[in-house]
Design a protein around this ligand. Structure first.
Ligand code: CTP
Length: 420
């Protein structure tokens, strides 16, 4: 198999130093790497370092006569299997979204006919700014894969999402993008990459529930569970990346809304049930929320006080609606209905029983015996009437992406999205 060719565009940001490690990982994996440095990128890493590591010429200027003669910028933009932008600064993302081509990097990005992967890195406020979020939605709509930045402490001392994903994670995203890249033969009359309408879930509407529910006892107390919402949010993000229209009904979790996702916040199971009902129809519903099974039978309007007698107030519970089972019985049942189940023992047996009891099509059974809720990975088994598909332990984002592929295949079986 021919070595995969990566055109790596390095923007200007403190995280640019991580691109050196990325080049090393790509070379180690046998890939060919050509680097392009923006003028700002040159402030953080030198062309000499990149040339030595990539064992290739490094390009910096649009108006370099010698480079143009050796390899024109159009050819440079096409002579790759994948164009990777890392770090993708707010400025680069904005120019890419607007189609501005005012230096070599942005000209290549506009001229390329190859898939593009961007790994953002910027200050948390810049990442969360509506302008950047708008640009990310635009780029994803254009078929660009925009990774989620990492969350953590930043060079500027602030905390939040905006850190460049680690080189290993970018390398994994590159492998995924190369695996997804279409065969060399272009579709008739179409460029040979995946614009919005060729992404696997384009034209589909997906409903996702995520997080816990909070069931109030009185104005200051509630019943809850340990769900972090991370897996559900990763699923909503992956669905949007795959081109779907995504509605996320979220219980109370402090997670940012994934780009391209419409989010409705709810607190209780009863509110979640109502929002799910209002969101229909959908092509698929993925019920990841850890809905509380019970709520307080009567919620007090005033805080319950100790009366000093040692008397413990009784807490009567009422059963919450089973949203998934209700959806399965509904006239508006989505063609593909997926439940989640966190189990500590007899995972498959419990999942099979739950599949029948809830009337859904798949149960994604999550083995939480080794890893409590709230972790970064999941080991899941997809249980359906056709059998059990067991996956290795994977990061939640990878579970989400793999699930989207399976969902896209399943929906295509029911009704092909388009025939071209
Ligand atoms: N679910 C739901 N409404 C509820 C409870 C659960 O929609 N009131 C959904 C969850 O979103 C999940 C699936 O049902 O997709 C399984 O949730 P789980 O809590 O495992 O199901 P339970 O019926 O509560 O089973 P268990 O007795 O194991 O808790």
């Amino acid at each position: 198999m021919a070595a995969k060719r990566i055109l790596l565009i390095i923007g200007g940001g403190i995280a640019a130093y991580k691109s050196i490690e990325l080049v090393r990982l790509l070379r180690k994996a046998g890939m060919t790497v050509r680097c392009v440095l923006t003028r700002a990128g040159e402030q953080f890493v030198t062309p000499l370092t990149l040339a030595a590591l990539s064992e290739n010429k490094v390009y910096t200027s649009l108006f370099d006569l010698k480079d143009e003669v050796e390899m024109g910028h159009i050819q440079l933009s096409r002579e790759a299997d994948l164009v990777v932008v890392a770090p993708a600064t707010a400025d680069l993302l904005a120019k890419m979204a607007a189609g501005i081509a005012d230096d070599l990097a942005t000209t290549l990005l506009l001229a390329t006919d190859k898939p593009v992967l961007a790994a953002p890195a910027m200050n948390v406020r810049m990442w969360l700014h509506p302008a950047t979020q708008r640009n990310v939605v635009t780029l994803r709509g254009d078929g660009v894969t925009v990774m989620e930045p990492d969350e953590g402490e930043m060079a500027c001392g602030e905390y939040g999402p905006g850190r460049l994903p680690e080189p290993e994670a970018i390398k994994q995203a590159i492998d995924d993008a190369l695996a997804r890249a279409p065969a060399a033969v272009p579709l008739t009359g179409q460029p040979d990459f995946a614009p919005a309408n060729h992404r696997p879930l384009y034209g589909r509407r997906l409903l996702v529930t995520a997080g816990p529910t909070h069931e109030p006892i009185d104005p200051v107390r509630y019943i809850a569970n340990r769900s972090s919402g991370k897996q559900g949010f990763a699923i909503a993000a992956a669905a949007a990346e795959a081109g779907a229209e995504v509605l996320l009904v979220a219980g109370p979790v402090p997670l940012p809304t994934p780009p391209g996702v419409v989010r409705i916040d709810v607190e209780t199971a009863v509110e979640m049930a109502a929002e799910v009902e209002a969101a229909l129809p959908a092509d698929a519903a993925i019920m990841v929320a850890a809905v509380a099974d019970w709520r307080a039978a009567d919620t007090r309007a005033k805080k319950i006080k100790k009366d000093g007698s040692g008397h413990v107030p009784p807490l009567a519970l009422a059963e919450n609606p089973d949203i998934l089972a209700g959806l399965a019985r509904s006239a508006k049942r989505p063609p593909l209905l997926i439940g989640f189940a966190a189990e500590t023992n007899d995972v498959i047996d419990h999942a099979q029983a739950k599949l029948a009891r809830k009337g859904c099509d798949w149960i994604v059974a999550n083995d939480v015996s080794a890893d409590p809720m709230g972790g970064e990975t999941n080991r899941v088994h997809i249980v359906s009437k056709d059998g059990v598909d067991s996956w290795d332990r994977l990061p939640k984002q990878a579970v989400a992406r793999k699930l989207m592929e399976k969902i896209a295949d399943e929906l295509d079986k029911c009704s092909p999205a388009d025939s071209d």
